[in-house]
Design a protein around this ligand. Structure first.
Ligand SMILES: Cc1cc2nc3c(=O)[nH]c(=O)nc-3n(C[C@H](O)[C@H](O)[C@H](O)COP(=O)(O)OP(=O)(O)OC[C@H]3O[C@@H](n4cnc5c(N)ncnc54)[C@H](O)[C@@H]3O)c2cc1C
Length: 382
């Protein structure tokens, strides 16, 4: 690694303390007010350029740096890390791995300058884990396409520079084949959005989106016609790596908060951290977060060295998100009423954690992918 982890973390710590201090994280979570202004600050710090190859105008430092950034942002505020990932994974990596030269040349500079993020519009009400069941359809219309259908739970869609929308472009009604990706502006004619209410991740606004005869120029198509699932696979590979790193940071924040509380809170005349039931629990929580960090950093090393890592990406996302769910559950038990209070950070970590083990590929589906890589599971049943 040709960068100093500590120097990078120190710079992110300073920036986050200044621009999104803990009280501001709490306020924004309570009022569902996303910190979109951070994108410009990330850009000015060069955080988007670090991992981008030199050939694309980046600094070429690689994904190990990216993993450190995502983790450190996740430590301070998951909402900041998720925003960063919508630029780097949904935006930059979709363009680099799948888009035409023209789309890349137009959109990369905007993403790198912090002008906004991309949203990924894949899920539908009947197509969650079973993405191949999607029914949104794009039909040819001269040199354009006409898009009709409905997506659900799309994060950050209304403020996105563009949504990456998966639509069926052949007559067939299910399966991964015949799906194509398109870039759609959130304010395009025929796009209608309704914001959804939810229990956590309040600063990643989620939308139900209707597409009614939305006209998309063919130049806004990402990748070849019918190759949408191959393109999505590449985007999701980076997105899972990004999410895994981000939640390792949040997991560390949860352990740190539980530790502070366990040392300060007195019951039966001593700190509750003196009781072995809690000290062992804390020791296990830190061990779990350290293990999750190791696998996410190992994944980043594989990416930097060009070693195929599909299985490792599924494993890293599985391990990191399940770890966060476990440590926040333990954190809530250790903090008890102090964690249950609305102003506690632990309750936010705990609520937010519930999403990551099913969003961007549920743990069950990831285990399916890992099993398939081992040559067992659904593939064997065919
Ligand atoms: C807050 C939020 C933000 C989101 N953001 C986005 C976004 O930006 N873009 C986007 O496209 N989508 C987004 N989603 C959707 C998300 O990706 C889906 O929720 C996820 O894919 C799971 O789909 P589902 O909720 O329909 O669950 P289902 O697919 O109905 O699954 C329900 C349960 O069944 C299990 N299951 C399903 N199939 C199998 C199987 N074959 N074997 C074993 N178990 C199985 C699942 O693991 C899960 O536990 C978001 C969702 C939420 C809640």
């Amino acid at each position: 690694m040709s960068f100093e982890v500590e120097t990078l973390c120190d710079a992110i710590d300073k920036m986050m303390r200044k621009h999104l201090p803990p009280q501001e994280v709490r306020r924004r979570d309570a009022t569902a007010d996303p910190p979109d202004y951070l994108l410009k600050i990330f850009a000015d710090m060069g955080l988007f350029h670090l991992a981008l190859p030199k050939s694309e105008g980046g600094l070429g430092v690689g994904w190990q740096a990216m993993s450190v950034i995502q983790e450190r942002l996740g430590y301070h505020a998951t909402m900041a890390a998720l925003l960063y990932n919508r630029v780097t994974c949904f935006g930059v990596m979709t363009l680099l791995t799948s888009a035409s030269q023209a789309l890349k040349e137009y959109w990369l500079p905007k993403l790198l300058a912090g002008e906004g993020a991309f949203a990924l519009a894949l899920s539908e009400s009947a197509a969650g884990s079973d993405a191949g069941a999607l029914q949104t359809r794009a039909e040819p219309l001269g040199s354009n396409w006409k898009l009709n259908g409905r997506k659900i739970w799309i994060s950050g869609a209304s403020s996105a520079l563009r949504m990456v929308v998966a639509a069926r472009t052949t007559a067939q009604s299910r399966g991964g084949e015949g799906v194509t990706l398109f870039m759609v502006a959130p304010d395009a004619l025929g796009v209608e959005m309704t914001q959804l209410k939810k229990v956590g991740n309040h600063c990643s606004l989620s939308y139900d989106i209707g597409f009614h005869d939305v006209v998309i120029p063919d130049t806004e198509r990402i990748g070849p016609i019918g190759a949408g699932f191959d393109c999505l696979k590449k985007t999701l590979f980076y997105a899972r790596s990004g999410l895994a790193s981000a939640v390792v940071g949040t997991g560390q924040a949860a352990v740190d908060e539980a530790l502070v509380h366990a040392k300060a809170r007195q019951q039966f005349g001593r700190p509750i951290g003196a009781f072995q039931a809690l000290s062992h629990r804390l020791a296990q929580m830190q061990t779990d977060v350290d293990l999750a960090r190791l696998i996410t950093r190992e994944l980043a090393r594989h990416i930097d060295e060009g070693i195929g890592a599909d299985r490792l990406a599924a494993q890293a996302k599985l391990v990191a998100t399940e770890t966060l769910k476990r440590v926040t559950e333990h954190g809530m038990q250790i903090m008890a009423s102090a964690g249950y209070a609305a102003e506690s950070d632990m309750q936010r970590f705990w609520r937010d954690a519930r999403l990551y083990s099913f969003g961007e590929g549920s743990s069950e589906i990831l285990l399916d992918l890992i099993a398939a890589d081992l040559g067992v599971g659904r593939r064997l049943a065919k």
